[in-house]
Every structure is written in structure tokens, then in C-alpha cells.
Design a protein around this ligand. Structure first.
Ligand code: FMN
Ligand code: COI
Length: 388
């Protein structure tokens, strides 16, 4: 095993001894306040905002407070192994970066998808690239280095276009396809409404469409000649209210592992499993889609039980390394971080994302060291107690 993740703490202390002031914050609140200043009001409201009065968004994060980890002693956790097997790959840790549409704009130079992919390459933490990258998916994939990347599909209504996007993702070297099912229409988002964000963002959502031969063929004039017509066509094809009847078609799209994102109900897990998916992604989209719902963490145990051995990816509300550990203990195979890495990107580009990922991993690793859980397999629901 290479250097333990917790060593990041030592590096920071060594730098401090040399008089180097830390460049980036170590708390989520610190990341938030620096990112708010860096992003400006419109982008900030897009990234930080959620549906309705954001009750579910807040509940996602506070759900973690209701679980406490039992410390175990005399177990010899001096060496930890956070690695995990997922779809035949060995990942260095359970952490991955959840898909964030138009995250490119969070970087100073507007190429934040490439910067995020660069952070994946440096840390070994996989990025799930959104369909809505600002740079085409092929260019994003080229930055992954030896770290596997996953492609998130927003399934367009044009089936031929969906097929083309998946073919391109396969060709570009993505290792899994994540189909998001909970965002065929965007939820009621007051912050975005008050900044009129979506019309402004739309122009930056198109890279994977305007670079696609099927999308281009459906236009009378090229997107370069008539960007407005391309944007209108995009709005027409973007959202597809899929049903279970479409699952066989989705399954037929690829031989790559197929994961369905946005699942919180055990019955939906069973249906997805029957439809031959390779993984379930338990998430409520960070409370951006439906307000008033169950915190995603509270849905996780039921999802894991119904998945019955199928890998379960999880996100929504992960803010700290202890959150990562708790989600694993509740049965997640892999744990997605969302907003925190977008804030790291806004603050410091690739370095900022690397800092956020390394901080999460260091905290998780050190928690496992101190509390006596040397491997992920040692973390089970019995390691936790409900505290509130
Ligand atoms: C600004 C933003 C854009 C997002 N875009 C996408 C997207 O394009 N595709 C998708 O499946 N999920 C998207 N999500 C949802 C994330 O993948 C993830 O479910 C969510 O961020 C988890 O919540 P958290 O960030 O509060 O932990 C987005 C989230 C944010 C914050
Ligand atoms: C442009 C949006 C549809 C991207 C997204 O998934 C989100 O904002 O949550």
C-alpha cells in the first residue's frame, strides 16, 4: 500500500513548521464561505442551492449526526486498507466524485471539468462526469490518467442520440455508465429562479451535444452557425421521463457496468435489479430535486438490504471523512462527494479539489485508526449506534 491517507495531516503540519500557511480550509463551512466569494452570486446560488426551502438538503447532512461510531480498542489498526472492489476494479478508497453538471464554470478558466479530472488522476478518486460537461467528454476522459472514470447519462428523448453518447463514452475509455433517473425535469429551485440561472447556464450545457454527430444531424444549420437553434433543440431533447419499460433498452445500450442513480425506495431497487443493472446509486440529488423527502442516508439501509449484494453507491450530504465512514458502515460500497469538491474547485482549481479529497480521506483514515477499524469490511451497521 502507498502512503496512508492520514499522512496528509503530517504534510500539513510539516508545512506549518516551515511557516507555510494552509492555502485551503479544513472545514465544510470554511470551504463554503471561500467558494461563495470566489463564485459570485449566480453560480453560488446554482451550486449551493436546492429545492424548495432546502429542508431535504439540510436534512441530508444532519442525518449523519444521528449516528455515532463505537470505538474499538486493542485491535491493532496501525495499518489500514481503505481499498474497495467495484465492478472488477480495485479502487484505493470508497470515495468518488458525484456528477456535477456545468461544474466547468466553477473554475476560474471555465474548464473545471478538466481540472476535476486532473484531481481524479492525482488522487485515484474516480470522477463521474456529467452529461453536462462544459468541455466534451472525450477531452475530460483524456485527463483521467490511470484513474477510472464513469460517465453519467441524462437520457435524451432522442434514442439515437442517447446511443451515440454512450458509444462515445465507451470509446473515450469510461469504465461505467451511470443513468440519472431523478432529473428529467428540474425541481422547484427558488435560488435559481431568483437569479434566472437556468437560461444563463443553458449555453454552457451543450458541449456533449454540439460535438455529437447525431445531435448535429438533426439541425438545419450547424451549432456554430446558429447557436440559438442548437440550444432550442437541446431543451427539446434533454429531459426524458423514462419508465420501467425503458430499462431493457437502457440495459441494451452498453456492456459496461450500468448503474441507476436516484434510487431511494427498496421496491425500486428490486425492479432495477430484475432489469439487470450492475449497481444501485442511492441519492436524492443532494436535495436539489424534491424537497420534503427522506434524507438519503435514512434510505440507505433499506436500499442496501434490497440490493442484496449488488454494489450500492451513495451520495447526498457527505461533508466529512466521518460521513464517508458512516455511509460505508450502513452498507454503501462507494461514497460520493458532491458540493464540497465543487467548492474546492472554485477556490483552488485542481489543487483545491485534491485538497478536499485528501482531507476527506485523511479524516476517514484517521478515524478508522483511532476507532479501531482497519478495513472497510470491519465497518458494519453494528459499528454504529443511533444517537438521537
Ligand atoms: C451544482 C450541482 C450540479 C449537479 N449536476 C448533476 C448532474 O449533472 N448529474 C447528476 O446525476 N447529478 C447532479 N448533481 C447531483 C450530484 O451528483 C449529487 O447527487 C449531489 O451533489 C449530492 O448532494 P451533496 O452535494 O449535497 O452531497 C448535481 C449537484 C450539484 C450540487
Ligand atoms: C443543469 C441541471 C439539470 C444539472 C443538475 O443535475 C443539477 O443542477 O442538479
Amino acid at each position: 500500500m502507498s502512503q496512508p491517507f492520514g499522512f496528509y495531516q503530517n504534510e500539513i503540519y510539516f508545512e506549518g513548521l516551515g511557516g507555510v500557511v494552509p492555502r485551503f480550509p479544513f472545514t465544510y463551512e470554511g470551504l463554503e464561505s471561500r467558494a461563495e466569494a470566489a463564485l459570485g452570486p449566480s453560480l453560488w446560488s446554482y451550486v449551493a442551492g436546492g429545492a424548495g426551502d432546502e429542508l431535504t438538503q439540510r436534512a441530508n447532512a444532519s442525518a449523519f449526526e444521528r449516528w455515532g461510531l463505537y470505538p474499538r480498542i486493542f485491535v491493532g489498526a496501525a495499518r489500514r486498507d481503505l481499498s474497495v472492489e467495484l465492478f472488477g476494479m480495485t479502487l484505493p478508497s470508497p470515495l468518488f466524485m458525484a456528477p456535477i453538471g456545468v461544474i466547468g464554470l466553477c473554475a476560474q478558466d471555465g474548464h473545471g471539468d478538466l481540472a476535476t479530472a486532473g484531481a481524479a488522476a492525482r488522487t485515484g478518486v474516480p470522477m463521474v462526469a456529467s452529461t453536462l460537461t462544459v468541455d466534451p467528454l472525450e477531452e475530460v476522459a483524456a485527463e483521467f490518467g490511470s484513474t477510472p472514470g464513469f460517465f453519467q447519462l441524462y437520457t435524451p428523448t432522442d434514442r439515437e442520440l442517447a446511443e451515440s453518447l454512450v458509444r462515445r463514452a465507451e470509446k473515450a475509455g469510461f469504465k461505467a455508465i451511470v443513468v440519472t433517473l431523478d432529473t428529467w425535469v428540474t425541481g422547484w429551485r427558488p435560488r435559481d429562479l431568483s437569479t434566472a440561472n437556468f437560461p444563463q447556464l443553458r449555453g454552457h450545457c451543450l458541449a456533449n451535444y454540439t460535438s455529437d454527430p447525431v445531435f448535429r444531424a438533426a439541425l438545419d444549420r450547424t451549432p456554430e452557425e446558429d447557436p440559438r437553434a442548437a440550444a432550442i433543440r437541446w431543451a427539446q431533447v434533454f429531459g426524458n421521463p423514462l419508465t420501467w419499460d425503458d430499462l431493457p433498452w437502457l440495459r441494451s445500450l452498453t456492456e459496461l457496468p450500468l448503474i441507476v442513480k436516484g434510487i431511494c425506495h427498496p421496491e425500486d431497487v428490486r425492479r432495477a435489479k430484475d432489469g439487470g443493472v450492475d449497481g444501485i446509486y442511492c441519492s436524492n440529488h443532494g436535495g436539489r430535486q424534491a424537497n420534503g423527502g427522506l434524507p438519503a442516508l435514512d434510505a440507505l439501509p433499506g436500499v442496501v438490504e434490497a440490493a442484496d449484494g449488488l454494489p450500492v453507491l451513495f451520495d447526498s450530504g457527505v461533508r466529512t471523512g466521518t460521513d464517508v465512514v458512516k455511509a460505508v458502515a450502513l452498507g454503501a460500497t462507494a461514497v460520493g462527494v458532491g458540493r464540497p469538491y465543487a467548492y474546492g474547485l472554485a477556490i483552488g482549481g485542481t489543487d483545491g479539489v485534491v485538497h478536499v479529497l485528501r482531507s476527506l480521506l485523511a479524516e476517514a483514515d484517521l478515524l478508522m485508526a483511532v476507532d479501531g477499524y482497519p478495513t472497510l469490511a470491519d465497518l458494519t451497521p453494528e459499528s454504529l449506534r443511533r444517537v438521537l
